[in-house]
Design a protein around this ligand. Structure first.
Ligand code: SF4
Length: 322
């Protein structure tokens, strides 16, 4: 299978009144066609900025982005306009990402009109109704407004809008986190079906590891702009190495009556991503931190084939927990 998207050492730093905020700090990965990379981490870890930077909604500070083998890092406006249909985004909050004054039909048809894909009114109508059907929205809702619909239907509009231009790659930025659990499952199933039917490739961003478990082929765990662990979804849920990933997994509830699991509450203050100190960014909260962690940044290295971790003491921690 071929690589659809590759990012190398991607960085995004923002100037703030207090210094330089390192939102994304040296992130590298590849996503193969029709695969899903789940990006997981707490709020503020830089995962949304990463997604927005890749689709050129936010300018980057450094690094490279390749799409279908072509370097799109410094793409100009005209070429970006041509590429834009292939790079789409589904936003987190279907309540605020839709224009309350636009009907379902107007919202889904807008990208087709702006990009001059369909000028013929009849063909435009047919395409919008087709998109509504693909995402499971009844054609009766074409003239409804967002406030008349529940969260699941609103997010289906967001999905239909993202699909309107036949994209190859979609950044899904916490697409289910604002929805009820039962609706979350419907949207996740829909996205998986669409991936199979339309050959889509996803970057799926979430703070909730349980959400990405089934939808992701590979998972990248981020902490304060840095990659801390990367492997296949299957491997991560069988065996994780980084203390932060272990704490994230320990926070996932088990849906069984009486089920018990070890709790790993993270203590300590979260360090600031503004002018971050040298060393491991997780050191202030890590129960295994040693002096070296506070002065030297850990390398992101393989602990097994295809499994990468950024931790100085990964071997010792693994033995302690064996
Ligand atoms: Fe913890 Fe040190 Fe490993 Fe960072 S490098 S995760 S502080 S043990």
């Amino acid at each position: 299978m071929s690589t659809l998207l590759e990012v190398k050492n991607l960085k995004n730093h923002f100037k703030t009144p207090n210094g330089l905020l390192h939102a994304v700090d040296g992130v590298s990965f590849k996503i193969e066609t029709q695969k899903t990379l789940g990006v997981v981490g707490e709020s503020g870890c830089g995962k949304s900025t990463l997604g927005r930077t890749i689709v050129h909604l936010t300018p980057k500070t450094g690094g490279e982005i390749f799409f279908e083998g072509k370097d799109i890092t410094h793409i100009d406006k005209a070429d970006l306009k041509k590429l834009r249909p292939n790079l789409q985004m589904i936003f987190q909050d279907p309540y605020s990402s839709l224009n309350p004054r636009m009907s379902v039909f107007q919202t889904i048809s807008e990208p087709l009109i702006i990009n001059r894909v369909e000028r013929d009114r009849k063909k435009l109508s047919k395409r919008v109704l087709e998109l509504m059907d693909i995402v499971g929205l009844s054609s009766d809702l074409a003239n409804a407004f967002p406030h008349e619909l529940d969260g699941g239907r609103r997010q289906r509009i967001g999905v239909a809008r993202a699909l309107a231009l036949n994209p190859k790659f979609i950044v899904c930025d916490e697409p289910v986190s604002a929805l009820d659990v039962s609706i979350q499952a419907q949207i996740l199933n829909l996205m998986q079906d669409l991936q199979d039917e339309l050959g889509l490739t996803y970057l799926f961003i979430t703070h909730d590891l349980s959400v990405v478990k089934h939808i992701s082929d590979n998972i990248l765990v981020m902490y304060m702009g840095k990659m801390v662990e990367y492997t296949t979804s299957e491997q991560l849920f069988k065996h994780r190495y980084h203390p932060y990933t272990k704490a994230l997994l320990a926070a996932v509830p088990i849906p069984e009556v009486g089920a018990k699991k070890e709790r790993r509450l993270l203590k300590g203050e979260i360090s600031s991503p503004i002018n971050p100190k040298p060393g491991c960014r997780f050191a202030a909260r890590c129960p295994y931190a040693q002096d070296k962690c506070r002065v030297e940044e850990p390398a992101f290295q393989a602990v097994e084939p295809g499994h990468f971790v950024a931790c100085h003491f990964v071997g010792e921690i693994n033995q302690l927990n064996a």
